[in-house]
Design a protein around this ligand. Structure first.
Ligand code: DGL
Length: 269
């Protein structure tokens, strides 16, 4: 059986993808990892799909130059805009977050009424509707709502203030009105707002993040390709790169992810 000690590459527009990294570190603690947060150009959500595609290609090339054996698109906006394109362009496996999120929601819902919240780009792409229709047909009724502003609060380190609560009440009203029993956090930044979102949605609504399900897909892909490291390989190295402010990324990254975020490398486009 083959083995492969190259790192797994992960990217997002900023800090949100660290919610996926957390799940990866918990499930695959022996994997080396390179994370790129494009904080200098965030947010992706309001940008045209072509621009997000261009950035996603640049970052994927950078990760490949860093020697990764697969790429995890830990960003719904980039998954919606660029996943198919990236899969066509590169030789390594590319995993996104939308299909894992839909699968987790289908496993959690009892009524079939599922809400999805995400950025303007993700919601307007129709990607969630397409994946849900392919996986569950008419058995699921989706209500999608864009939540502009949430990502900016997270990147500023504000996840529980009164202002973010007031914004959540306004933005979540459409999914509350549809009486969903499950809500997909269709942006990797949103799990960091889970307490506020759950407060507003009420205790009966299950919040689903794609992080765990994505980590399972990464493991299955690595195992399927015989790309897992070997027991006894050197201690895993985790590299974090940002195109934005290094000390902000380090401080918030350590708060959101944990002690694994030690040194952060600056990247200039
Ligand atoms: N975390 C991202 C997502 O999952 C991107 C948010 C943004 O940059 O607007 O969509």
């Amino acid at each position: 059986m083959g083995h492969d000690a190259r790192p797994v590459g992960v990217f997002d527009s900023g800090l949100g993808g660290l919610t996926v990294v957390r799940a990866l570190l918990d499930l695959l603690p022996d994997e080396h990892l390179v994370y790129f947060g494009d904080t200098g150009r965030f947010p992706y959500g309001p940008k045209p799909a072509e621009e997000v595609q261009k950035y996603s290609i640049q970052i994927t090339d950078l990760l490949l130059d860093a020697g990764v054996k697969m790429v995890v698109v830990a960003c719904n906006s980039a998954s919606a805009a660029a996943l198919d394109l990236l899969r066509e362009r590169v030789d390594v496996a590319v995993v996104g977050v939308i299909e894992p999120g839909v699968r987790a929601a289908l496993g959690a819902t009892r009524t079939g009424h599922v809400g999805v919240i995400g950025t303007v780009g993700t919601v307007s792409s129709g990607a969630y509707q397409r994946v849900a229709a392919a996986l569950a047909g008419a058995d699921v009724h989706l209500t999608c709502a864009a939540c502009p502003g949430f990502v900016e609060f997270v990147e500023a380190g504000d996840v529980e203030s009164e202002q973010v609560h007031i914004l959540a009440e306004r933005l979540l009203a459409p999914v509350i009105a549809e009486k969903v029993d499950t809500l997909v956090l269709g942006c990797t930044h949103y799990p960091l707002l889970a307490r506020t979102i759950s407060d507003v949605m009420g205790p009966d609504v299950v919040l689903v993040s794609s992080a765990d399900e994505t980590a399972f897909e990464v493991r299955a892909t690595l195992e399927g390709n015989h790309h897992r490291p070997r027991p006894g390989d050197p201690q895993p190295v985790r590299r974090f790169l940002t195109s934005g402010d290094v000390s902000t990324f380090r401080n918030l990254g350590a708060r959101f992810l944990g002690p694994e975020v030690e040194t952060v490398e600056a990247w200039k486009w």
